[in-house]
Design a protein. Structure first.
Length: 160
């Protein structure tokens, strides 16, 4: 019975209009069906994706009272970041170990769209300083969480 109606449509509207009407009907049907399907996350529990972070300082060597630039980054960029929009790595810190063994924390910082953090530091005494970049665990909507990462120390010796 339906093939008879289709044949009548083809005769009544002509081939082009009938084909266009059927295609439009199929497109609307699949569009409505795709909207009604609920989205779900693919993994339970979420995947644990390892990451690595790095830090460098320049210029070296420097003296007391001179500014050193610190550049820290993650090997993985925030997956939803696109230019000025999207998520960033949040709560990043840099631990400075002073020559006397005490620690000073710089930050917290928010990364840029490719997962980098820039800051400066001015040492006030001579000796060895260590810098460690910390990226806390991240949970970004629609993505798997980022595990916390701490790399090896970057050691600098300051000359007078």
């Amino acid at each position: 019975m339906s093939s008879f109606r289709t044949l009548n449509l083809l005769i009544f509207f002509g081939h082009r209009q009938a084909i266009a009407s059927l295609l439009l009907f199929a497109l609307l049907t699949t569009s409505i069906a795709s909207v009604l399907v609920t989205s779900t996350l693919a993994h339970t529990p979420p995947l644990q994706i390892p990451s690595y972070v790095y830090i460098t300082a320049f210029p070296t060597p420097i003296g007391v009272g001179q500014t050193i630039s610190l550049f820290a980054w993650s090997a993985t960029y925030p997956p939803t970041a696109t230019g000025a929009y999207g998520d960033r790595w949040l709560g990043c810190t840099i631990t400075v170990t002073l020559p006397d063994g005490s620690n000073k924390t710089l930050g917290p910082f928010e990364s840029d769209s490719v997962g980098t953090v820039f800051t400066t530091y001015v040492p006030d005494t001579t000796g060895n300083y260590s810098f460690t970049f910390h990226l806390p665990a991240q949970k970004i909507t629609g993505t798997n969480p980022q595990e916390p990462v701490t790399p090896p120390l970057l050691r600098l010796e300051l000359n007078t």
